[in-house]
Each structure stands twice: as C-alpha cells, then as structure tokens.
Design a protein around this ligand. Sequence first.
Ligand code: IMP
Ligand code: MG
Length: 184
Amino acid sequence: MQITNMPEFHKHIKRVIISEEELRDAVQKTGEIISMEYKDKPLLLVSILKGAYVFLADLSRAITIPHEIGFMAAKSYFESTESSGTVDITLDLKQDISKYHVVIVEDIIDTGRTLSKVKEYLESKGPLSLKIITMLDKPERRLVKLQSDYSLFTIPDYFVIGYGLDYGEYYRNLPCIAEFEEGE
Ligand code: IMP
Ligand code: MG
C-alpha cells in the first residue's frame, strides 16, 4: 500500500497491518452500534489522550445521536516500546459523570494497566453505566485482568504506529495502522 502523504516515513514502516479503508469501515460500523445502543440516553465519550484522539474524532462523526466528549490523560508510556508500569491521571474530566452513560474510547489495550486504573477511577464517580471501546486489542500482552466491551481489531504482539498511535511522539498522522520498523 502507498502511504502518499509522508514518503519519508516509509523506512520505519515494516508493513501496513490495517488499511485506511478497513479503519473507516470498522469505525463507521462502531458508530452505528453506539447510535442504536445509546439512543435517547445522555452519552459521554471519554477519550484518553493522546493516542485515541484520531479514533475519537472519527468515531464521534460516525455517531448519529447527540453526545458529549471529554478528555483524560494518563501517562504510562515514554519513549520506548515497554510500559513503565506506573499510571498517573494527569488530566481529568470537567463533567459530573454521574449524569452520563460513559463510553471510554481507547486507542489500544496492551498490558491493560492504564485502562484498568482509569476504569477504576471512573467507576468510583458513579456513572449511569461504563463501557470500554478500544480500536486495537493486544491480548497476548495483558498483565492485568481487563476486557473491553467492544474492540475493532485484535492484533498480535507488534508495536504499531499510526492513526493516533506514536513512537516517540511521531507517526500519529499516518492514516493507517502499521508495524513499526526498529532502527534509525
Ligand atoms: P497499556 O497500559 O500497556 O495497556 O498501554 C498504555 C498505552 O500505551 C496505550 O494506550 C498506548 O497509548 C500505548 N501503547 C501500547 N501499545 C502500543 C503500540 O503498539 N504502539 C503505540 N502505543 C502503544
Ligand atoms: Mg492510550
């Protein structure tokens, strides 16, 4: 597949795992499911920065019912391909979530540490309901017991970039999901 908007990135792309078109179709389908499930309910999509920002933007536009969005940030990854194991909530929601059905919109569940902490924290605030949607799931890497309610794609233990996911803060603007090629 040709990634036309950034030819200089090609050397760090081992191969495309999920194409732009596959992402578009899966996001559209997820939007339709959410629109049916939360019809006439106060819905808040909570995105965990930064990786989920592209997914959230596209998913929000694929949802045809009224909803709000909110952002949280939780830090557990630095400039490496291994989780640090510590999770800090560095940005919190403005909304009182006891008035909302909350859907966490996540980019990827890897070890599951970040999301399990965020989930625990949000549950303690008493939302009307709480579900997790993740774009990607890497079940082989799980270190804590955590399952999403809906995942768009399950992938093997690859470090991936694109569609919001980074390596050292780069490659978030790749339009597809690709396996990262180590090296300079
Ligand atoms: P976890 O706590 O190990 O489940 O993962 C925390 C965060 O690490 C995810 O939300 C991503 O932002 C990041 N992450 C995990 N795997 C990858 C990957 O393959 N590529 C890019 N970021 C990743
Ligand atoms: Mg994330």
